[in-house]
Design a protein around this ligand. Structure first.
Ligand code: HAM
Length: 432
C-alpha cells in the first residue's frame, strides 16, 4: 500500500538511489571551494521577512509571488514576527557577516554554502521546484574585479571537475547607483509608446522593475527587446573600467563566455557584474550570480562590496544525467555476516561479530528478521559484499569463523573458503 500521503507538489524526496549524485556534487564543491580558500558558512532556514524583502526587492518575482512567509506565534510581549523560509542564500549570509562583525577580519571574507534548501512558490515543472538546493559562494568586503573573475572561475571549475561539457557563461554589467538610474529613464522612454502592445507582466515591470522588461519571454515582446537601448552604452566610467577588467582577468580561468546585454537577473540587489551559466543543450540556468555592492547597506550595515553566485544542485544532477554521467558508486560492504541455524547463540554471535568488525572500521552488514541460511547467502551476494563471514554450529564450537570469497568466480568451493580463528578475524579481513 503506498500510504495515504504524498510529498507536496514541487517538493521532492531524495531517495538512496539518488544520493551518489548528491554526494559527488557535494564532494566536488567542497574540494573546489577549499582550493580557492573559501570557508563554509551555514545560516538559518528562517529569517525575518524584511531581510529578503529589503534586498531581493519588492518588484522581484521572489518577493512578490513566491515567498513562504507567515506570522510567528506571539511572544511574551504579544508581538508577532513575520518570518520567511529562505528563498535565496545571499541576504542571510550578508546578515550574518554584519551581525558577527566579520567585516573586522581581513577582507575579502570568502564564504561558501552547500546543498542549502531554498523555498520558492513557483509553478513546478522539470528543473523548477518549490524546494530546491543550492551551493553558493559569497566574497565580501572587496570590489576588486579580480574577485569577480575568481568567483566565475570557481563555479566553472566545479562544472568542469564534475565532468559537465558544453557549459557557457553569459556575462553582463548592469551598472551601479550612479549610472543605472539614467539608463532606466532611457529604457522607460523607449518603452512608453510601446506599452499598449506589451504583455501584462511587462506593463507591471514598467512600473515596478523596468530593468526586467529585458527578461520577458513572451514572443510578442521579443522584437521590442532586441531594439531596446542596452545598458553597456550608458555605463559610467568606473563601471566601464571595472567590467573591462573583469573580462580581461577572466581569461586566466579559461572560461568560455559570451556577452549577453539582456542578462539582468531576477533579484534587485545586483550592481555591475552579473553572470549566468547555461548548458549548451538546454538553456535553463545551471547557476548565476553577480556583484551586490549596495546590499549590506540595505540591511543597516556600512557600505560593503560583495559578489557571489548560487547554483542549483537538482539542475546540475539533471544535466549530469542528460550527459549520461554515472556518479562514483557507493563503497560495497567488505563483509556480510551469515549465521547457519536457529539457535539464539548463533544469532548472538553474528551480532557480536558484526559489531566487532564495524568497531574495527570494516564496512559490514548482516540479515535481520530470522532468514534461512540460503536467504541470508542470497542477501550477502546481493549486497555486493566482498566476503561472507559465516558462523555455524561447528564454528561456534571451535571458536572459529568461515570466510567465503563472494567475488572469486570460477574457483571451487574449497578455494573460495577459509576457516580462521575468531580472534584473528579482524586482522585477516584487514589484510585482504
Ligand atoms: P538565482 O538565479 O535565483 O540566484 O538562483 C541560483 C540558481 O538556483 C539558479 O541558477 C538555478 O540553478 C537554481 N534555481 C533557482 N530556482 C530554482 C527552482 N525553483 N528549482 C530548481 N533550481 C532553481 C540566487 O538565488 C542568488 N542568491 C545567487 C547569488 C549569490 N547571487 C549572489 N550571490
Amino acid at each position: 500500500m503506498p500510504g495515504q500521503y504524498r510529498a507536496l507538489q514541487g517538493f521532492k524526496d531524495i531517495l538512496p538511489g539518488e544520493q551518489p549524485y548528491w554526494r559527488f556534487v557535494e564532494n566536488t564543491v567542497t574540494a573546489v571551494a577549499d582550493l580557492y580558500a573559501y570557508h563554509r558558512i551555514d545560516t538559518p532556514t528562517l529569517e525575518e521577512t524584511a531581510v529578503y524583502r529589503r534586498t531581493s526587492g519588492e518588484g522581484s518575482d521572489v518577493v512578490e509571488k513566491e515567498m513562504y512567509s507567515f506570522d510567528d506565534r506571539a511572544d511574551k510581549e504579544g508581538s508577532r514576527a513575520n518570518l520567511t523560509m529562505r528563498p535565496e542564500g545571499t541576504a542571510g549570509v550578508v546578515r550574518a557577516y554584519l551581525e558577527h562583525g566579520l567585516y573586522r577580519l581581513p577582507q575579502p571574507v570568502k564564504l561558501y554554502y552547500l546543498s542549502v534548501p531554498m523555498f520558492r512558490r513557483e509553478k513546478p515543472q522539470a528543473g523548477r521546484y518549490r524546494e530546491h538546493h543550492q551551493f553558493g559562494c559569497e566574497a565580501l568586503g572587496v570590489d576588486d574585479p579580480a574577485i569577480d573573475a575568481e568567483m566565475i572561475g570557481l563555479l566553472y571549475q566545479v562544472y568542469t571537475q564534475l565532468g559537465l561539457e558544453d557549459i557557457l557563461l553569459h556575462l553582463n554589467s548592469i551598472g551601479d547607483r550612479n549610472c543605472r538610474p539614467q539608463y532606466i529613464e532611457i529604457l522607460k522612454e523607449y518603452y512608453r509608446p510601446l506599452l499598449n502592445d506589451c504583455c501584462q507582466d511587462c506593463k507591471t515591470r514598467f512600473i515596478k522593475n523596468p530593468l526586467r522588461l529585458l527578461d520577458c519571454k513572451e514572443p510578442q515582446d521579443q522584437a521590442k527587446i532586441a531594439a531596446a537601448p542596452k545598458i553597456a552604452a550608458y555605463l559610467c566610467e568606473p563601471c566601464r573600467e571595472h567590467f573591462a577588467a573583469v573580462q580581461r582577468l577572466l581569461a586566466a580561468y579559461n572560461v568560455p563566455w559570451t556577452l549577453n546585454p539582456l542578462l539582468v537577473r531576477g533579484l534587485d540587489y545586483y550592481t555591475r557584474t552579473v553572470f549566468e551559466f547555461t548548458s549548451g543543450i538546454d538553456k535553463t540556468a545551471l547557476g548565476g550570480g553577480g556583484r551586490y555592492d549596495g546590499l549590506a547597506e540595505l540591511l543597516g550595515g556600512q557600505p560593503t562590496p560583495g559578489i557571489g553566485f548560487g547554483a542549483g544542485v537538482e539542475r546540475i544532477i539533471l544535466e549530469l544525467k542528460r550527459q549520461n554521467f554515472a556518479p562514483p558508486v557507493e563503497e560495497r560492504p567488505t563483509a556480510f555476516v551469515v549465521y547457519l541455524g536457529k539457535a539464539f547463540e548463533l544469532k548472538d554471535a553474528a551480532v557480536q561479530i558484526t559489531a566487532q568488525l564495524r568497531r574495527a572500521g570494516i564496512k559490514t552488514d548482516m540479515s535481520y528478521g530470522e532468514r534461512s541460511p540460503k536467504a541470508q547467502m542470497k542477501q550477502a551476494n546481493a549486497s555486493g559484499a566482498a566476503y561472507a563471514v559465516i558462523i555455524g554450529e561447528a564454528e561456534l564450537a571451535e571458536d572459529s569463523i568461515t570466510i567465503k570469497d563472494l567475488q572469486a568466480e570460477g574457483l571451487d568451493t574449497e578455494k573460495k573458503q577459509v576457516q580462521v580463528k575468531r580472534s584473528a578475524l579482524v586482522s585477516y579481513l584487514s589484510c585482504l
